[in-house]
Design a protein around this ligand. Structure first.
Ligand SMILES: [Zn+2]
Length: 249
């Protein structure tokens, strides 16, 4: 009996010790690696998540979803047949949006995609025209890049928008067949050279007659969106709308 009491006491002390060590490790981590703003690297207060209050207020919001004839739509007019087009933020090569998207794309901070997707999804769910959309499709990454990065930076963004609009998310139908080497963030804002042959469709025919929302991180020239749209329009009866995290100035 005594043996059992001693044993349970020991287990209790071991648990307390683990709890204290755990807390100590967390405190030490916070001391040496404090949570920082993903847009400006300032230390975050306890009530701030991902982005500091200053950056949250400074983010150059477009409000394009409120205006049909906006800058994204104008960039795509005459090149592809689409219904609606919007971007959440303005992208400037020196601004906080660049830093934010750099963290998303190259530093493993997928929470940026969640944050921006929830935000835009909430906005779009208030707009009548966006309620006609049936499914969200992300601009895909080539499998070699996906393996290297470990994630498609647009994935969480697209999933959050689909969740907010209560519609499906489909990352299987549109496929990137050719790896491109030009990147937006390297040195200066470069144009992405994309050809229509870079994308293709899987055998999936579940998208017949659907209104698709194609999502991407940044719209620059619109060449990627154009190439993807041209593929998706090969599916019978589909219509396309476009939403990106940001639009390059
Ligand atoms: Zn900040």
């Amino acid at each position: 009996m005594n043996y059992l009491i001693n044993r349970s006491e020991n287990i209790y002390y071991v648990c307390v010790m683990y709890f204290l060590i755990d807390k100590m490790v967390i405190n030490l981590l916070n001391l040496f690696f404090p949570a920082v703003c993903l847009a400006c690297d300032a230390h975050l207060n306890d009530n701030e998540i991902h982005i500091c209050t200053f950056c949250r207020n400074e983010l150059p919001v477009t409000d394009f979803h409120l205006e049909k004839n906006n800058a994204v739509a104008k960039r795509l007019y005459g090149r592809l047949n689409f219904q609606l087009a919007t971007s959440l933020l303005w992208f400037n090569k020196k601004g906080i949006v660049r830093h934010l998207l750099h963290n998303l794309k190259y530093k493993g901070h997928e929470e940026v995609g969640v944050f921006l997707g929830k935000w835009l999804g909430e906005e779009l769910s208030q707009i009548e025209a966006y309620k006609a959309i049936d499914v969200v499709i992300p601009v895909p990454l080539h499998k070699s890049k996906l393996r290297k990065r470990g994630y498609n930076q647009v994935d969480k963004f697209g999933r959050e928008i689909a969740k907010a609009l209560s519609i499906d998310y489909n990352a299987e139908t549109l496929i990137k067949t050719k790896a491109t080497t030009t990147q937006v963030f390297k040195d200066r804002l470069k144009r992405i050279l994309t050809h229509e042959a870079d994308f293709s469709l899987s055998e999936n025919t579940s998208l017949k007659g659907k209104h698709i929302l194609l999502v991407d991180d940044i719209i620059t020239t619109g060449a990627t969106i154009e190439a993807c749209t041209n593929q998706l329009l090969m599916i019978e009866g589909v219509s396309i709308s476009v939403a990106t995290m940001a639009i390059a100035e």
